[in-house]
Design a protein around this ligand. Sequence first.
Ligand SMILES: Nc1ncnc2c1ncn2[C@@H]1O[C@H](COP(=O)(O)OP(=O)(O)OP(=O)(O)O)[C@@H](O)[C@H]1O
Ligand SMILES: [Mg+2]
Length: 360
Amino acid sequence: MSLTRLHIDTFRNISSAQLSLGEGINLIYGPNGSGKTSLLEAIYFLGMGRSFRSHLSQRVIQYNEEQLTLFAQLSSNEQQDKIGLRRLKNGDIQVKINGENIKRLSVLADTLPIQVITPESFSLLFEGPKSRRQFIDWGAFHTDPHFYQAWSNVRRILKQRNQLLKNNSPYYTLQVWDKELVKYAQLVTEIRSQYIDSLNEQLKGIIEEFLPRIEVKVSFTRGWDSKTEYAGLLEAQYQRDLSIGYTISGPHKADLRLRVGNVPVQDALSRGQLKLLVCALRIAQGKLLKQQTNKSSIYLVDDLPSELDAQHRKLLLQQLSDTGAQVFVTAIEPAAIVDSLTTAVSKMFHVEHGCVTQIE
Ligand SMILES: Nc1ncnc2c1ncn2[C@@H]1O[C@H](COP(=O)(O)OP(=O)(O)OP(=O)(O)O)[C@@H](O)[C@H]1O
Ligand SMILES: [Mg+2]
């Protein structure tokens, strides 16, 4: 699966661009502030309905404009799909797939699985558990059709439950919610846990290449004590939950633990190695998706040369190529990428002051 065409209108400093894209590696280069990251961000926005840089979606609309529009043609197994997205300053978002209005953004995400690798990516390892949960759930969502609904149910029930706790409600009023919560929490946990098991299998080979002789252990923590049954725990923790007006334990607290021996990876690896580890995690996700669903991810790799030496740049590009996915990489100088490639670049684009030109 790959994007064959991309039209961008009034997105950040890109006023208008109509691009014909290649399978394999698309190289985007240009000076600082030219619009390279904006181009990747536009592709991400089309797949996710939001940015990877700012949580305020209206920030990506070009200054003094009222809306942005994105359009892409998607080709997969002889099937052509057209995706259009319009985002207005007032917050409205309109999405069409093949001319049909789409209400849920999850349909968009399902159509266009996107992986992002940026210089900030390794904050995945440092930040709070939310980003790691999102990492797990990207895979859970794409590989198990039951995950989305089960996880939506968990969040909906937790909201209700927390409201009851805030209102000082007695335990018996929570019991009916807890029964439902336990059911969906178990399903969510099972899917996540199985996903991480499969991911570990994929990850082994990639880590051997990226970080030879370093044994990285990735384990899943489900969000409550592994020896305790969730239903009993909810009851036992009722008084504590009540005192803070919030459900302390559950799948909303799940996390990934990454260690070298017994040491957290942040304390055991260098910055470059951490970056490689995050790349390995994302590549493993793409490979697993392909294996389990035959769907390809689209990789957006921003500022690839930063903090990686020539040998590791080469390795990373090789691994990305091996996934068979369409890849968009940015760099200030094209040589930094071209010299690290064993295959030819599919298409090359030069960006300057928001103007994107294809280089033959
Ligand atoms: N909403 C917006 N409207 C117009 N221009 C914007 C908007 N938001 C950001 N910009 C400008 O867009 C330009 C391009 O930014 P972008 O981050 O894409 O550059 P870049 O090519 O990735 O640069 P670098 O090599 O430094 O990472 C910047 O000069 C920025 O000031
Ligand atoms: Mg940039």
